[in-house]
Design a protein around this ligand. Structure first.
Ligand code: BTN
Length: 327
């Protein structure tokens, strides 16, 4: 009934709707309506009550409930079904299970916090409640498994663009898919694939974005290398508005990838990463490789030229930037 009440208030032409009218439309008593209003207020909805005009919704809280997200979401298919949790171990694990059980392309798992948020290379992803975004999206692309890394590059481009649209700041992608502002990590992607040799069953796009974390909330170890959008722009960011923008960008870039092919994605990624000519140290499977980044390959691998002139391709690892080389 909460959602029905909110919808009635949102649709009220003058903004106000009388208790009598709400109780008539929902076929419940006036006392029941009053109780629901109190309940909504405890959730953070600001509702004005006037004896003469009735109830009016003044402001909604920044909740990530499906109801809130869907109002104002302009995607065609992405995020049309949202699974929202107060806490989960990891949204990726939850989405993986849902996908195994037949969940459809575009379904989204969101959680206010994660108990075992997972990062790349076996790391943890710090996931305190109600400040940031932790989401996983189920995709079922009809592409061969070797093209799956391109989905990761595509998602990094979409995330960077959502950040730019919401904040006006220009983020940089660090290979393969860290999103940085002022050289500090703002968002990370952990994408997982379920496939057989010739066919992808599904991809889970896991995205974590630090939106409203204050600096002191980050652990000492990551404080100097991490940031949040709030730290960067100096004001609280609407998680709902950011998520809506992110889903729209992901839907857009996903269809560009399927319709126009991988070259467009690679070029978009190159524009936002500016990796060419950088002096880098890559740690890959325990090996440290130092060299100059040449490019990203058509399968998403990083191509490096080492000091002794040897060209190396790195499929997975951690990149550390040295200073940029002038070409
Ligand atoms: C990284 O940069 O190391 C990747 C971080 C990915 C974190 C997100 S938060 C939502 C999703 N669920 C997880 O457990 N991890 C990803």
């Amino acid at each position: 009934m909460d959602e029905e009440i909110l919808q009635l208030l949102r649709d009220a032409p003058s903004g106000f709707l009388s208790g009598k009218e709400i109780s008539r439309r929902l076929k419940v008593s006036r006392t029941a309506v009053w109780k629901r209003m109190e309940q909504l207020r405890t959730l953070g909805y600001e509702i004005e009550a006037s004896k003469r005009s009735g109830y009016r919704l003044i402001q909604s809280p920044d909740l990530l409930t499906p109801f809130e997200i869907k109002s104002g979401l302009t995607t065609k298919w992405m995020g049309k079904k949202i699974h929202h949790f107060q806490t989960v171990d990891s949204t990726n694990s939850k989405a993986y299970q849902l996908a195994l059980n037949g969940a459809e392309e575009g379904e989204v798992v969101l959680s206010e916090s994660q108990e075992k948020g997972r990062g790349r290379l076996g790391r943890q992803w710090f996931s305190p409640p109600s400040l940031n975004l932790y989401l996983s999206i189920i995709l079922r692309p009809t592409i061969p498994p070797h093209q799956a890394p391109l989905i990761t590059l595509m998602a990094a481009v979409a995330t960077a663009d959502a950040i730019r649209k919401v904040s006006g700041l220009i983020p940089q992608i660090k290979w393969p898919n860290d999103i940085l502002l002022r050289g500090r990590k703002l968002a990370g992607l952990l994408n997982e694939i379920h496939s057989e040799m010739e066919r992808i069953h599904f991809v889970i796009l896991g995205i974590g974005v630090n939106l409203n974390m204050d600096e002191k909330k980050f652990s000492k170890e990551i404080r100097s290398i991490a940031t949040s959008l709030k730290i960067e722009i100096g004001e609280t960011v609407s998680r709902k508005a950011f998520l809506q923008s992110l889903l729209l960008e992901l839907e857009k870039w996903h269809s560009i990838f399927l319709e126009e092919g991988s070259a467009v994605i690679l070029n978009a990624w190159r524009d936002r990463a500016e990796v060419k000519g950088r002096q880098v140290k890559v740690t890959s499977f325990g090996e440290a490789i130092v060299g100059t980044a040449i490019d990203v390959d058509s399968d998403g691998a990083l191509i490096l030229k080492t000091k002794d002139g040897i060209q190396r391709r790195v499929m997975a690892g951690d990149v550390e930037y040295k200073e940029k080389v002038k070409s």
